[in-house]
Design a protein around this ligand. Structure first.
Ligand SMILES: [Zn+2]
Length: 175
């Protein structure tokens, strides 16, 4: 196959832009993964999330449903609560939420309520994910706010942590 030179230049430009924006997101996703590791150590399902506004982390959370006996204590919810408290406003209009796992229906709803600008997530949650795996909630026509989405950032690291967690759980049950 043969492409004219300008097509190749266009491809290169797009590739570079995409690459540099991915580079911007990586440190924040690594912070979310570090939080997921803390959940792992606390024997909670290892999911972590951070909220970033103007290049600064303003909210952190990791899954604490079991230790707090709270079905809503997901990483995203805890990170959103901390961020909103810090800025003194429940609307986080220009903020980005990074999460190691595709958010569930509850967390997707919370992202809309918080008017989050961008969601960046790692691994897909084929069981309960409400962004791409099921529902496609953020693209629902009845909602009056659109959250942009970037998926698959450091997905393998996030899903490896989850796989290891559930492998250990199963092993413990067996013995
Ligand atoms: Zn959730």
């Amino acid at each position: 196959m043969h492409f004219p030179a300008h097509c190749f230049a266009y491809f290169l430009l797009n590739y570079t832009l995409r690459d540099s924006s991915l580079g911007y997101h990586l440190p924040y996703m690594r912070s979310a993964i570090a939080l997921a590791q803390r959940a792992f150590s606390a024997d909670e399902v290892p999911v972590g999330a951070v909220v970033v506004l103007a290049n600064k982390i303003i909210g952190r959370g990791y899954n604490r449903s079991m230790s707090q006996s709270d079905p809503t204590a997901h990483a995203e919810i805890l990170a959103l609560r901390q961020a909103a408290k810090r800025v003194g406003n429940y609307r986080l209009t220009l903020a980005t939420l990074y999460c190691t796992l595709e958010p569930c229906a509850m967390c997707a709803g919370a992202l809309v309520l918080a008017r989050i600008k961008l969601l960046v997530y790692g691994a897909r949650d084929t069981k309960a994910g409400a962004i791409d795996s099921h529902l496609n909630l953020l693209a629902a026509g009845f909602l009056n706010h659109r959250v942009e989405v970037i998926s698959g950032v450091l997905a393998e690291e996030s899903s490896a942590l989850l796989k290891e967690f559930f492998r250990l759980k199963r092993k413990r049950k067996t013995f």
